[in-house]
Design a protein around this ligand. Sequence first.
Ligand SMILES: Cc1cc2nc3c(=O)[nH]c(=O)nc-3n(C[C@H](O)[C@H](O)[C@H](O)COP(=O)(O)OP(=O)(O)OC[C@H]3O[C@@H](n4cnc5c(N)ncnc54)[C@H](O)[C@@H]3O)c2cc1C
Length: 352
Amino acid sequence: MEIIINKSNLQGRIEADRLFQKETKCKWNYCSTDYSSVAGTSSKKGKLLCFRISQPSGLAVFGSKSSRSGRGDLLVGADGILSSIGQSILPDFKLRYTGYCAWRGVFNFSENDSETILGIRKSYPDIGKCLYTNIGSGSHIIVTELKKEKFNWVWYVNQPEPELKYDLTLGNKLFYSLQGNTTSVKVSSDMIEELHQRAEQVWLPELSRMIKETKDPFLNAIYDCDPLEKIIWDRVVLTGDAAHPTTPHSARSTNMAIIDAAVLGKCLEKWGPDHLYSALEEYQSIRKPVTSAQVLHSRRLGQMKQGLSIPGRERPFDPKTASLEDSEFILNKNVPLFDVVPPILDSIFRSA
Ligand SMILES: Cc1cc2nc3c(=O)[nH]c(=O)nc-3n(C[C@H](O)[C@H](O)[C@H](O)COP(=O)(O)OP(=O)(O)OC[C@H]3O[C@@H](n4cnc5c(N)ncnc54)[C@H](O)[C@@H]3O)c2cc1C
């Protein structure tokens, strides 16, 4: 049985190794996507560009211009929030822009114990001990301390949707920003200047200095989408952000992608190559209810923390007048099904 995993990064390949080779009893051949040998196009080297299902022989995978092709029995679309596999199956699929973007950066203080860092330590003693969240008026910022004396910060800012460019040459509505196949937006020096001015207005001097002194801040437009009705179609299955594009507020997204991969691996192992469809049905039945609830919860968290209007709610959330119920709702531990481990993964957790 040939499994094709549409994911080009190293982590994907390691996961695939772990799941499909070492931990499963039955042997699956898989090909994670270095599609350079399949797609063969210079501009999109390494990317799967289109595919078709040919019954009963299985799945055929092609690059856009190449006569060469790869074949397999199962195609795993693990290709992220802008999944080209998802868009091929659901041509009318649209992401929902949330109304805000995230400015992000890593502040490196390894080489100088600057006043900025002393000020932050003094004013925000909890930074470094947790996923530190500061909710302002219509905005919030997360600061986490990384190894080697660095702070990672993510500041969510309400703004109109940045202009993303559509790549019509691919003929499949795949869209991309000015920085490749991601929702990162190319930033100009004017935008960074505006960021610095805004930081001064919104945050205390310590945080605003940290933002100003961060080299090369970057910007992600934040999207999600209503839970899909299905995440499996014949011999195609979606996992991770491709299956459930989500806002990052539950701090669950990578975790969701990893659990998807683990559950899919276990379902394939349980049912074996002769019962592929049963394996996929079980994967969908385990993962879809959980990820759907988590995506919608995360959406609401974002709307609250950004002070946006929320359907069915009279007034936007305001941290200064928050009810006890609201204060509880925004705690990470209250993300639905936060600590539920699917029974099919018991063996992995027992052996860990
Ligand atoms: C601002 C922000 C903050 C976040 N914070 C957190 C957090 O605190 N905690 C958390 O858990 N998550 C967080 N996330 C989310 C997290 O980054 C994603 O949910 C996670 O990376 C999804 O993993 P994935 O494997 O599904 O997709 P990705 O990590 O996007 O991987 C998809 C891979 O597929 C490749 N690919 C795309 N198209 C093709 C193709 N056609 N052929 C071959 N390969 C292809 C891409 O190059 C990429 O390597 C955050 C996201 C954002 C935007």
